[in-house]
Design a binder for this molecule. Structure first.
Ligand code: MRU
Length: 344
């Protein structure tokens, strides 16, 4: 089935962060899709709490939020301690450390709070531009009438806007290449069901949700040609840390001849991590698994293991798309060619 091309500028209406009146407002993603509420962060610790609680989440978005948090810290005269707390808010997405390193380098050169605000705005603007570039690069790889499956939320909500994997899907829909969009619900936090479905709906794109456990069965039907996901960190050998369940999707995709695309800005690349084994995987509270929608679903006394990211080996990845270009079959040599020794 062929899809009609659509106007790309009408497919990007959501923004997760806004700096106004000397504070950072965060679209509270815990309350979506039923409520659109903004959380006002007046100091760096409020930003830190919003990141920890997943009010703002997604690798690039937490980096941008932390950069604005660093501005608030500079205004309060508490830059170093606050930045250390922001850095520790979540361990897996390297964008957080990358953004704070950038802010700290400016502060070390004597930048005052106003100059730091310019830097935070630049980080945000560069992320949006990177997403548009990646959207076009990734969409060009898709065949007409493709079916795609995505995981978690990698959209405007997870970035400065437009999104990484969802940016490719937006561009693919606009170009008339994508006929079907599927999204995994993404237990336990339901980023797919609550956020991706909502965000795409804001732009008139209808995604069909599947239970995460339905992914292999969906691939077996032949309805999807590509799995398209984001990344929280890409190691120097091309291994990718992303939302728990990504690895299982990559395994199933390889078995079914479905291609696997990772879309991430250069700020997610960590050439200091030699492989996925060097990436810390965040473990969150067992209650996120034992409950659903605020209601306990497991019997009292049940235990749960809740790693919220996993590592997909580079060998299972067909293409890595960054704003620098498309890397086919990423491996250590290709990563070195594309990214040199950055972050090392
Ligand atoms: O725990 P989250 O919701 O912050 O996890 C987000 C993801 O895993 C995304 O896939 C990743 O950050 C890429 S977002 C552009």
């Amino acid at each position: 089935m062929l899809a009609e091309p659509r106007d790309l500028s009408a497919l990007d209406s959501v923004r997760p962060l806004r700096w106004q009146d000397d504070a950072l407002d965060v679209l509270d993603q815990r309350r979506l899709p039923h409520e659109t509420a903004w959380l006002r962060c007046l100091d760096a610790d409020a930003v830190c709490a919003a990141i920890r609680a997943l009010a703002v989440r997604g690798a690039p978005a937490i980096g941008i939020a932390a950069a604005y948090g660093a501005v608030l810290a500079a205004r309060a005269g508490d830059f170093a301690d606050s930045v250390a707390r922001l850095r520790a808010a979540r361990p897996t997405a390297v964008n957080l450390m990358w953004a704070l390193d950038r802010m700290s380098a400016r502060a070390a050169c004597g930048a005052d709070a106003e100059h730091l605000l310019e830097e935070a705005r630049a980080i945000e603007a560069e992320d949006l531009a990177a997403n548009h570039a990646m959207g076009h690069l990734g969409a060009a790889l898709l065949e007409q009438g493709a079916g795609v499956l995505t995981h978690c939320n990698t959209g405007a909500l997870a970035t400065a806007g437009f999104g990484t994997a969802l940016g490719v899907i937006r561009a693919g829909v606009a170009g008339g290449r994508i006929a079907r969009v599927y999204a995994g619900e993404t237990r336990p936090w339901l980023q797919g069901a609550r956020l991706t479905a909502w965000e795409l709906q804001q732009d008139g794109i209808i995604a069909t949700l599947i239970a995460d456990s339905a992914a292999a069965a969906l691939m077996r039907t032949g309805a999807v040609q590509w799995v398209i996901v984001g990344a929280d960190r890409v190691a120097a050998n091309g291994d990718v840390a992303n939302k728990i369940g990504t690895y299982a999707l990559a395994l199933a995709a390889r078995h079914h001849g479905v291609r696997f695309m990772v879309v991430a800005p250069v700020s997610s690349v960590d050439m200091a991590a030699r492989s996925g084994d060097a990436i810390e995987i965040e473990l969150r509270d067992a209650d996120e698994v034992l409950t659903c929608g605020g209601r306990r679903i497991a019997p009292m006394g049940a235990a749960a293991w809740n790693p919220v990211f996993d590592i997909t080996p580079a060998a299972l990845i067909d293409v890595l798309v960054t704003e620098r270009g498309v890397l086919h079959k990423p491996d250590a040599a290709g990563m070195r060619r594309q990214f040199g020794a950055m972050h090392a």
